[in-house]
Design a protein. Sequence first.
Length: 468
Amino acid sequence: MNKKIVSFLVTAIIMVLAQPILAQQQRNRTNKNTVVTKPSSDTVIVANTVLKELAQELPADKSAVIKIVNTTCNLDIRPWAEAKVRMVTSVYVAEEKADKITPEEMMENAGIIFKSFGNRVDIQTRASFENERPSLYQRIRNSSSNVSQDMAENHSLTSSLFNTTQEPVRWNITGPSTRQKMTLYIPKGCKLDIDNRNTSVIINDDINDARFKLNHSNLDARNFGKVYITAEYFAINISDVQEAELELENGNFTGGILQTLDLDSKSSEIDYESGMSLYLRSQNDRIAVDQIFKVSGRKLYGDLRIGKLLNELDVEGLNADIRIRSISPLTEKIKIVDQYADLRLPVKNITNYAVLFKGEKSTVFTPFEKVAVLDPIATKEEQKTAGKPATTRKSQMEIHPLPKEVDGMTPAERQRYLFELIKKDSPNSNASFLGERAPSQFKASNGDTTGKHTRFDITCNQCSVDFK
């Protein structure tokens, strides 16, 4: 009797322990045949897609305005002699509809608008809301959403997620992808008005009149008669322009000969070959021009570099470094109002010039003799030195011969020691062993200044100025 009871109890215990294992095996067999077929609400599952060419034309004469709003395609614009606009691109369509779909349906599915309104042709490219290819983030989010839902229902999706025999999900690509190419043939002489985002624009011939609004875009073009560009986060490379107006922020601009340039820029790099005039409103830019006739405007922070100045410079700024490599003898005026800046204004190529400098605590290097100018509110000691040559480093060295204490010092320690020695002995001295400390105002001249000559009018506080 005892043996039967013991046998029954052992059997019962084994059944209780085996029940979870049997239940798990049953769930695994159920999940093995489960396939996730419910698509996300913003995707369409299709069997296959094919790439089909789309070409459309509209009449337009040489005086037409071509308005382009583009967010999805790389644009290749080609002016031609025909009096019409031709658009050529490629669109992904479902394989079973490839032979039946009309151009109008292709444009609608692809998010393309191609219409004419009188003397204007409108071209728009945008991703279709229903047929837009999901981003990688969207696909991951959709997959995660499906996984969470089925895990809540079945408690396990291991077999359904990693079953290699399951039909893979295909994404519908019925609109042009982010880098799809569109070629536009436009009449020569027409006006271009382009609003472009996130893609590139290439123009393969000259354009008389064009306007661009660019955001996260590249522009490569040839010559323009007149061009107006507003750009943020950009890279622009163009050739020669007769008249240019640029509003730039956070990008790179490279140009050829820009005869007339009106520049309003922030945090950009601008580099071009030459021009007649440059009017700038610049903040924290690096501007370089190889040769320029006239420069004017204002500049805050950054650099302005000029290879050769031909006639005139008139710039007001703050903490803006201005460096000129060569000044033509025909230059009439160089006027700078600046602070905390490095200026390079070499006079070696100029025979006749006059200099008027104003600036507190500035260091000025010159090949000429500085003559102090009396300030209306000058102190008595400054009045005594007015009209006399400014004190130079050489004369201070004669006044203060090197003492023996500096023999074992490093160059930096020696300079610091001598500067403090001079400062203690002559508190009002303008000399500094770190450079030629200039008086607050001085003048200088060279050659014949009675006739046509170059006039330097420089106001720069706490600056380093090099005339050599």
